[in-house]
Design a protein around this ligand. Structure first.
Ligand code: GDP
Length: 362
């Protein structure tokens, strides 16, 4: 899956952001195979390269690729102990592949703050503690199970018990579990625990309209997460929500007034896409120019499988043109004449921006 969960304390602007993401987004009717869950938004990934390709190919339609955001509301202090609907929400986070943690960096006396005052660093620590406690519980449960097996002389179980000790220690350490170096034997075991704090995480700083710069709250947040190496994406959810509701022309005017050339949401979407470790390849023909998503490192047959499962099974080869070559030489024929069209086999690892035509048996 390519799912990014939106978490954060109540009243920090999660729903506002989520609604903006989905409103600007895609009609669920076009995605009949997706379960219609109001908390899951299918969001097109903005990519100016699509227009560049379209101006060369002049296709009937242009289709962006998508990713999913999940609105995970209701995480509160004490969630790991079952406060609120705590455990249910933590379970929802477990099902995501990455976490976008929204932190309030705007002042507004009309919007109640659950902690009594606006303090992004304190807020962040509240949520982080809940995630750590939930992980601690999962690790301890796994350790108990392993310990029982270890008593009957199971070598793997003995190793697992020791690994769980390492994990517990890492929970509190700088960088957390993500910073651990794991052996090839241990890595799958850790993955199977699906720990919340091990998921790639970014921070979305919800700022005032004027708070993108010279914002001490934002500066403190940045400083606080610097050691994690995590990205902080500042955005004004209220403005984004307004922008998302506008017709394209009005939107452009409003953006010009704000002195921005694109909605801040685009930054959020692109950061989420990177966080999920995804990359884009293209198909380009007279019917459609389209962007597709694969994990970084995906093979050519796996990429083919994103389009159709039959393509993966019957994969013969891929005709690949790098995006820059495709543009420089004015399309497929030009690139071919310039010797820039490559025939790649099953072992080929897809590169960011590849324009691909698959050859396959049916
Ligand atoms: P959630 O509980 O985290 O989902 O928060 P909501 O999205 O429901 O927002 C809580 C309140 O804060 C609502 O009244 C929003 O209108 C308001 N709000 C959200 N984002 C902003 C913002 O960027 N600036 C201001 N001033 N208010 C905001």
């Amino acid at each position: 899956g390519f799912k990014c969960g939106i978490v954060g304390l109540p009243n920090v602007g999660k729903s506002t952001l989520f609604n903006a993401l989905t409103e600007a987004g895609i009609d669920a009717q076009n995605y009949p195979f997706c379960t219609i869950d109001p908390n899951v938004g299918i969001v097109p990934v903005p990519d100016p390269r699509l227009q560049q390709l379209a101006s060369i190919v002049t296709p009937e339609r242009v289709v962006p690729t998508t990713m999913e955001f999940v609105d995970i509301a209701g995480l509160v202090e004490g969630a790991s102990k079952g406060e609120g609907l705590g455990n249910q929400f933590l379970g929802n986070i477990r099902e995501t592949d990455a976490i976008a943690h929204v932190v309030r960096c705007f002042e507004d006396d009309d919007v109640v703050h659950v902690g009594g005052r606006v303090d992004p660093v304190a807020d962040l620590d509240v949520i982080r503690t809940e995630l750590q406690l939930a992980d601690l519980e999962a690790i301890e449960r796994a350790q108990d199970r392993a310990a029982k097996k270890a008593r009957s002389g199971d070598k793997d179980a003995t190793r697992a018990v020791a690994l769980m000790d390492r994990l517990k220690e890492a929970l509190d350490a700088p960088g957390g579990i993500r910073a651990l170096e794991l052996s090839d034997a241990d890595a799958p075991l850790v993955r199977s625990l699906n720990l919340l704090t091990a998921k790639p995480t970014m921070y979305i700083a919800n700022v005032d309209e004027s708070g993108l710069e010279n914002n001490p709250l934002l500066d403190r947040l940045r400083e606080h997460v610097a050691s994690e190496g995590a990205e902080v994406v500042p955005v004004c959810a209220a403005v984004e929500s307004e922008l998302a509701g506008l017709e394209p022309e009005e939107r452009d005017e409003f953006l010009a007034e704000l002195g921005q050339d694109e909605p801040g949401l685009n930054r959020v979407i692109r950061a989420g896409y990177d966080l999920l470790n995804l990359q884009t390849f293209f198909t380009a023909g007279p019917k459609e120019v389209r962007a597709w998503t694969v994990r970084r490192g995906a093979s050519a047959p796996q990429a083919a499988g994103r389009i159709h499962t039959d393509f993966e099974r019957g994969f013969i080869r891929a005709q690949v043109i790098a995006f820059d070559d495709y543009v420089e030489f004015g399309g497929e024929q030009g690139a071919k004449d310039a010797g820039r069209l490559r025939a790649e086999g099953k072992e080929y690892r897809v590169c960011e921006g590849d324009v691909i035509l698959f050859r396959f048996n049916v």
